[in-house]
Design a protein. Structure first.
Lengths: 105, 119
């Protein structure tokens, strides 16, 4: 399964509601996770099984979707959210998306 | 606190070998499947290999089958990746990752170790 993330680069302001997209080439059956990777750091699990928030992750992060289309939403962007975000499917094998780089406007 | 600390990276010539290690702490190592994931410079993440909690099962991406070997020593809480016949396209940061308990996604990652394959 191939994953296509869009946009590849997103500029937003503090306080904005931000939406990142991840589309699969086949049905992912909700077996999708989202990771945050800050510059020079290891990836951090944010969301698993489409919409389950990992322990310790702020509630401004949420996930949704079904079938082939999935979304990560940040309800109110904070400066510490500047990072690259990857989606990851584990329905059929395992593949990562190419990432969306989120920067402050 | 879960900690995964990789070591063993560096510069290696094409065709040579390198062995990576990942020291785990803060959890019961032999209860979890473990994996290696790589990230080529300025590229996305790619799964490399997975090993079951007891070492009885291993899985590899096609491009490394027959060249890389994932293994573990549960007595030492350490994961390994033996990389043979290295190619320039293997150049990447290699991350050790823990698979979530009875789940196929990765819940903790190490800081990564850089492997550069070049003459």
């Amino acid at each position: 399964i191939q994953l296509t993330q869009s946009p590849s680069l997103l500029s937003a302001s503090v306080g904005d509601r931000v939406t990142l997209s991840c589309k699969g080439s086949q049905n992912i059956n909700n077996y999708l996770a989202w990771y945050q990777q800050k510059l020079g750091e290891a990836p951090k699990l944010l969301i698993y099984n489409t919409n389950s928030l990992q322990t310790g992750i702020p509630s401004r992060f949420s996930g949704s979707g079904s079938g082939t289309d999935y979304t990560l939403t940040i309800s109110s962007l904070q400066p510490e959210d500047v990072a690259t975000y990857f989606c990851y499917q584990y329905n059929n094998g395992n593949t990562f998306g190419a990432g969306t780089k989120l920067e402050l406007k | 606190e879960v900690q995964l600390v990789e070591s063993g990276g560096g510069l290696v010539q094409p065709g040579r070998s390198m062995k990576l290690s990942c020291a785990a702490s803060g959890f019961t190592f032999n209860n979890y499947d473990m994996a290696w994931v790589c990230q080529a410079p300025k590229k996305g993440l790619e799964w490399v290999a997975t090993i079951s909690y007891d070492g009885s099962s291993t899985y590899y991406r096609d491009s490394v089958k027959g060249r890389f070997t994932i293994s573990r020593d549960n007595a030492k809480s350490t994961l390994y990746l033996q990389m043979d016949s290295l190619r320039s396209e293997d150049t990447a940061t290699y991350y050790c990752a823990r698979r979530a308990y009875y789940a196929p996604y990765f819940d903790y990652w190490g800081q990564g170790v850089m492997v550069t394959v070049s003459s």
